[in-house]
Design a protein around this ligand. Structure first.
Ligand code: GDP
Ligand code: GDP
Length: 436
């Protein structure tokens, strides 16, 4: 499990700026989907061989009455989910009443809290720090998030107690088989599906002694093939579905996504798509994980309701159309077996290897079919393609003026590669490089 860092503070102190800096190593991988607004943002970063997760809280406006109102619900949740809290204040604005109110709250909290004074660029550090000692949170640490000043040193120190783990790949636990993570918001039918997928008698080992946040592995077999169910949400721990589910946690979902090879995202046909579904999907996509979509509770639905759900998916989940879509009933088991071929294919696609020759041929055919545009009187040339990585597959395209390639043309290439290589169920990434 990555250490989780929550950024807390009133609006405008520089939380997003710091968030962007801390997750910048991943910017290239972070897909941008307009229309997906979030109140809390989650991102990953790596520093000195240590991977971490950052939560940016929307901010606590000091204008509300009383700390309970001021500590917006979501900030509390973020603190709850975090191992470390970075409490940001504004070195230029100086100490404010709102800062004090937040500090009062944080002092009661058991979480390891660091007091971070931002915007110290151009300020005399010693003077800028003086006031903030009063907050009683400990030593104020000067940074300038916008310029990166002192940020690396601070984060290194913050991460000192945590062991190194630098990869966002599933832990190599030596267990055989595709690792499947079932994710989704509460009540969509995850536990029901997990029990269906496993089939009680096939459970080989079930390690009850999992710590609260770590993933629990459940190895099992189906038709002679080994699989591993990765359970972080505690879905398997519930003996029957009437037991109260654990509190929904995005951090746990992110952990499940990280620890699996293929995520099976469950949607609920009865409640339709909601914002939270889109956010979770966005995280899967950003993580680059292979994905299968299962629209659950398809049993006994009126055809009108079915049409509505289909239309909604088409309209709002276009960005995840690389994933196979299944309509299932976890309760009755209908369609559940069909998930397996999609899981297999998604896994295989994510781990495919293609020769430079093959990729370059596809590129050549694609550009012959449809030439790249002219830029400043010179045609963009795409010469060669090779594979830059797997899981998700990365295709690196070399040429001239590739920086000017229009989005539409990139999309055309992406679609062509996908189709020719028969890639299903995994995102693909493309990098365009220009030679001299
Ligand atoms: P948030 O509301 O806490 O997320 O704050 P933002 O990250 O949006 O930053 C608020 C404003 O402060 C923006 O105009 C930033 O450019 C500015 N800002 C952030 N960090 C720094 C810094 O280190 N120095 C200076 N001078 N300005 C900063
Ligand atoms: P979780 O919170 O995502 O793990 O969801 P559960 O598996 O606990 O299911 C939530 C509720 O939906 C329970 O009452 C289930 O019986 C019900 N449910 C789950 N799958 C189906 C399904 O395929 N069809 C119908 N009609 N109900 C279902």
């Amino acid at each position: 499990m990555n250490p989780v860092i929550a950024l807390v503070g009133r609006p405008n102190v520089g939380k997003s700026t710091l968030f962007n800096r801390l997750t910048r190593s991943r910017d290239a991988l972070v897909a941008d989907f307009p229309g997906l607004t979030r109140d809390r943002k989650y991102g990953n970063g790596v520093l000195g061989g240590k991977a971490y997760t950052v939560i940016d809280t929307g901010g606590i406006s000091g204008d509300e009455d009383g700390i309970d109102a001021a500590m917006a619900e979501q900030s509390l949740q973020a603190i709850d989910e975090a191992d470390i809290v970075l409490f940001l204040v504004d070195g230029r604005a100086g100490l404010t009443v709102a800062d004090e109110a937040i500090a009062n709250h944080l002092r009661i909290n058991q979480k390891k809290t660091w007091l971070v004074v931002n915007k110290t660029d151009g300020l005399e550090e010693h003077t800028a720090m003086a006031d903030f000692w009063q907050l009683g949170i400990g030593e104020p640490r000067p940074i300038a998030a916008a310029h990166g000043r002192n940020v690396t040193g601070l984060i290194e120190e913050v991460l000192t107690p945590f062991p190194a783990r630098d990869e966002d790949l599933p832990a190599d636990t030596g267990t055989k088989g595709i690792r499947i993570g079932v994710i989704g918001r509460p009540n969509v039918g995850k536990s029901t599906l997990v029990n269906r997928l496993l089939g009680e008698e096939r459970v080989v080992v079930y390690d009850e002694a999992g710590t609260t946040r770590d993933a629990i592995e459940i190895p099992y077999e189906r038709r002679g093939e080994p699989y591993v169910l990765v359970d972080t949400a505690g879905v398997r721990r519930r003996k029957n579905v009437r037991e109260v589910a654990e509190k929904f946690s995005i951090i746990k979902t992110l952990e499940a996504i990280k620890e699996c090879h293929v995520a099976v995202m469950v949607l609920d046909a009865r409640s339709g798509l909601v914002e939270q579904d889109l956010h979770l999907l966005d995280y899967v996509l950003t993580s680059g994980r292979a994905l299968v979509l299962a629209v659950n509770k398809w049993d006994g639905l009126e055809s009108e309701a079915k049409d509505k759900m289909r239309a909604e998916i088409k309209r709002r989940l276009g960005f995840a159309d690389y994933a196979d879509l299944h309509f299932i009933s976890a309760l009755h088991g209908t369609g559940v077996g069909d998930l397996y071929p999609s899981i297999e294919r998604a896994f295989a696609s994510a781990h495919s290897h293609w020769s430079t020759n093959r990729l370059t041929n596809i590129l050549r055919d694609a550009t012959e079919q449809h030439q790249p545009p002219m830029i400043h009187g010179r045609r963009i040339k795409l010469r060669m393609a090779h594979q830059g990585g797997t899981n998700p597959p990365i295709i690196v395209v070399h040429g001239n003026q590739t920086g000017s390639l229009p989005e539409a043309y990139k999309r055309y290439l992406t679609n062509t590669f996908r189709k020719v290589l028969k890639v299903r169920g995994t995102p693909m990434r493309f990098e365009f490089r220009s030679g001299k």
